[in-house]
Design a binder for this molecule. Structure first.
Ligand code: PLP
Length: 419
């Protein structure tokens, strides 16, 4: 994995060049578009700071990135072709460098978030099974673990797909093989023939990572029709950098698509979920009726801000691959340091070594302490079983130290009571 870091001046040049290639509403005769610049009382384009602020400038110019620009040659005809080209480069960089895909082997777009990117994948595969095999919707099932994000049941509900929810081990949060085999066997007996399998590149609650080879290998060995999507909404911008032997790449034949949120680990503004898929699949969700969009539409959302794509690209360029790797490894190191302290104290927790999440068993931390430090519980409806710490960039060593000191004090008091 390698891309070079760019300095502020270089980044500015690329972005302003791209804006220059877009038509803009101020000095081009754009008579037929149902869009315009942002309200200029509030977002005045002559604000002096804008000439040094490429992201804000793109926002104010307000280019629409509607559609999927990796697919369509015609996008050069689009009045926003300049900034759309940066999005194309961003998709290429993520697919080829971070997820090790073949040159020009992937399509994708900057979705509003991980929820849409996950549902986009389900939509593609549902239509793929319908168009390619004549599948009926009650013959297609969505398969995911009980620790998966709620966008899975949400997508199943919207797309009328049945869910098969796999149980995980109470302690190591891995999908239980016998449960997988029993549920798939029973689904087949009940007429399910096609499977959309979503594997977690880290769950939100535990930071657990599904064993994609074991699960996909089972479907493969059974000779079933299945497609695998990776939900890397959380882990997509950390795991590939902390685990050099990641199996979550396009080199893995089982994997067809990825979600990776910019607005989780990458610290880009909300509205930056990334969707990546091998070439040859986006076509299954082409909305032919979108006749007035150059190159048609292939996404769930429709209109979306070009500034979002620019923000992800700018962050990746500011750090370069080496800088981002250093940053992610540092978070992972900080997480490990907390874990060794917890080990010393005899506190039970779950942690995947490549992810910056620690989930502590609820009996080892009091509710008061958990609340004071805003640890998130696994359930607010039922009694909490787990509390998690997410070692994000704002989680500084000082805060960690005070938390650990208070935890230790709490445990010593407990111990005295027991004695
Ligand atoms: C956050 C998250 C999502 C949903 O992403 P949004 O950007 O909030 O729509 C999906 N899956 C996982 C694992 C997540 O952490």
């Amino acid at each position: 994995m390698y891309w070079k870091k760019l300095n502020h001046i270089e980044i500015k040049e690329v972005v302003f060049n791209a804006l220059g290639k877009n038509s803009n509403y101020w000095n081009h005769p754009i008579l037929g578009i149902p869009g315009t610049f942002l309200d200029s009382e509030q977002f005045y384009p002559d604000a002096p700071f804008l000439k040094d602020a490429p992201y804000m400038s793109v926002m104010v110019h307000n280019p629409n990135h509607i559609g999927c620009h990796t697919l369509v040659e015609e996008s050069v005809l689009d009045i926003f072709a300049g900034t759309q080209q940066i999005e194309v480069e961003l998709i290429k960089l993520c697919a080829e460098q971070i997820f090790k895909g073949e040159p020009n082997g992937a399509d994708g777009y900057v979705a509003p978030g991980g929820t849409e990117a996950n549902i986009q994948a389900m939509w593609v595969y549902r239509n793929y099974f319908m168009k390619k095999f004549g599948a009926k919707s009650d013959e297609i099932a969505l398969v995911y673990s009980q620790d998966s994000h709620y966008s899975m049941p949400k997508g199943g509900n919207i797309l009328s797909l049945r869910s098969i929810i796999l149980n995980v081990d109470e302690n190591d949060r891995s999908i239980i093989q016998t449960d997988l085999e029993e549920k798939i066997t029973s689904a087949r007996e009940n007429g399910i023939k096609y499977f959309i399998v979503v594997m977690n590149l880290s769950t939100t609650m535990f930071g657990s990572v599904d064993d994609v080879d074991r699960v996909a290998g089972y479907f493969d060995a059974q000779g079933l029709e299945f497609k695998v999507h990776i939900d890397g909404a959380y882990g997509g911008f950390i795991y590939p950098f902390t685990n050099p032997d990641s199996r979550f790449t396009f080199k893995n034949k089982y994997i067809t698509s990825f979600t990776a949120d910019g607005h989780k680990m990458l610290q880009s503004p909300y509205g930056t979920g990334l969707f990546l898929i091998r070439k040859g699949y986006m076509e299954y969700v082409c909305t032919d009726e979108a006749q007035y969009i150059p190159g048609k539409d292939y996404t769930i959302c429709g209109s979306r801000s070009g500034a979002n794509a620019i923000s992800i690209w700018m962050i990746l360029m500011t750090h370069g691959s080496a800088g981002w790797q250093y940053k992610m490894e540092s978070l992972s190191d900080r997480t490990s340091r907390i874990c060794s302290k917890l080990d010393e104290m005899g506190v039970k927790y779950f942690r995947n070594p490549f992810i910056n999440i620690i989930t502590i068993k609820s009996g080892y931390v009091s509710k008061q302490l958990a609340e004071k430090y805003h640890l998130v519980a696994d359930s607010y409806e039922f009694e909490a079983q787990w509390y998690k710490i997410v070692v994000m960039p704002h989680v500084k060593q000082g805060y960690i130290d005070s938390f650990l000191m208070e935890l230790e004090a709490e445990r010593n008091t407990l111990f005295e009571h027991v004695v």
